[in-house]
Design a protein around this ligand. Structure first.
Ligand code: FMN
Length: 377
């Protein structure tokens, strides 16, 4: 590793927190998000990503894994909800991410929930999210990516269209999206089924065991050509989660992601003043408030289903230490969004560098040796 590169990244990280973040945080969060997406897309289109890649890209054999037949150069992924229209796929590998999930995308286009849809709880290290799957629909996204050859693994997250659907309609809606993807072919490497978005209108929950079986049965019937992961809720009890995992593991599902947003506004990671400030605003929380429960559920899943299911850890990853903790509890791959917003685009690089160091320090030659070592403690 080049020492000059390392120093430059640290200077950029400092600059991001001191200047760029302050400027971004003056403006409405959703507008900044759109700006960043368009900037990333533009840079990708003019080939600037090759230049950036020199600084942010890390290759180290200790981080490389083959999971579900997919080669992941490193374990740090961009979670669903950031690049929801697949605009960054040409740019992502330059940023040091090892993979990304596009979406969540639905069968029908959706304008999302009424604004404001994103609010920053800076002291709590969190974003209050009420997007409600704003997206152009699966057909448009498929057109956007048609013929693309991604230079890193890219998945697509599928959820139910955000309108008042009955359970049967919601099942039909989700199955239609998968049918469209499969029928027309697509360049995605994997699928995510998002059954845990807490921001949808009038939806019946697929966390309920009978409903979960109702959605997984027709998906099984499709004999998907790509590996399927399920994005899990974090507000279910351990018993409810185990029941869900038991069902999931009896279907052709490769793995689970723990997890989605925090619904509980009394979460101790939320600072009292901010809880009060946003008490009337709709939405659910990302970042620090998701961290502890996500880790607990990773551990629970690994202990009980680690031999059967791949676990992707997601929730409150802001540093290499946060990432490593999730790996030691059972996660083979990781995803994040909020850390990127608070810490800056150099975060995947910094986490990967930190992971290489932490693995070595503990005597592990490869990340797979560290997965789950703390699950039984
Ligand atoms: C702005 C924003 C939008 C999100 N939208 C989605 C989404 O469309 N689908 C989904 O599965 N998760 C969505 N999430 C949840 C994230 O994927 C992730 O599960 C959660 O934020 C915890 O990770 P983090 O603490 O690293 O942000 C969203 C999160 C944020 C912050």
């Amino acid at each position: 590793m080049n020492k000059l590169n390392y120093s430059l990244i640290n200077i950029f990280s400092f600059f991001y927190r001191l200047v760029l973040r302050r400027v971004f945080f003056i403006f409405d969060a959703e507008r900044v998000h759109e700006f960043v997406i368009n900037l990333g897309e533009g840079l990708g289109n003019i080939g600037f990503s090759k230049f950036i890649e020199r600084f942010f890209h890390i290759y180290d054999p200790s981080l490389k894994q083959k999971i579900a037949g997919i080669d992941f150069e490193n374990p740090i992924g961009l979670a669903a909800g950031f690049d929801y229209n697949a605009k960054l796929t040409g740019f992502m590998s330059a940023t040091g991410f090892g993979f990304e999930t596009v979406g969540t995308i639905t069968n029908k286009p959706s304008e999302g929930n009424p604004k404001p849809r994103l609010s920053r709880l800076v002291e709590s290290g969190s974003i209050l999210v009420n997007k409600g799957f704003k997206n152009p629909g699966v057909l448009v996204v498929m057109q956007n990516v048609a013929g693309n050859k991604f230079n890193l693994p890219v998945g697509i997250s599928i959820g139910q269209t955000n309108s008042d659907l009955s359970l049967d309609e919601a099942v039909g809606d989700i199955v239609s999206s998968f049918e469209l993807l499969e029928k027309n072919g697509n360049p995605f490497h994997y699928y995510e089924l998002n059954i845990s978005c807490p921001n949808l209108s009038g939806s019946e929950s697929f966390s309920d065991p009978d409903n979960l079986i109702k959605i997984l049965n027709p998906i099984k019937g499709l004999k998907l050509k790509k590996p399927l992961f399920i994005k899990m809720p974090i507000n279910k009890t351990n018993e409810e989660t185990l029941e869900m995992l038991k069902i999931i593991s009896s279907f052709p599902v490769v793995g689970v992601i723990f997890g989605n947003l925090e619904k509980n506004r009394n979460n101790p990671a939320i600072k009292t003043e901010e809880a009060f400030q946003f008490k009337d605003r709709k939405g659910n929380l990302s970042g620090k408030p998701t961290q502890a429960r996500s880790r607990e559920l990773i551990k629970l899943a690994y202990k009980n289903f680690g031999e059967r299911l791949v676990i992707i850890g997601c929730g409150g990853i802001f540093s290499a230490e946060d990432a490593y903790e999730k790996i030691r509890n059972g996660a083979s791959l990781l995803q994040l969004i909020t850390g990127l917003i608070y810490k800056g685009p150099q975060l995947p690089y910094q986490i990967n560098m930190g992971l290489i160091y932490l693995l070595k320090k503990d005597g592990f030659l490869h990340i797979s040796e560290a997965v789950g070592v703390d699950a039984n403690t």
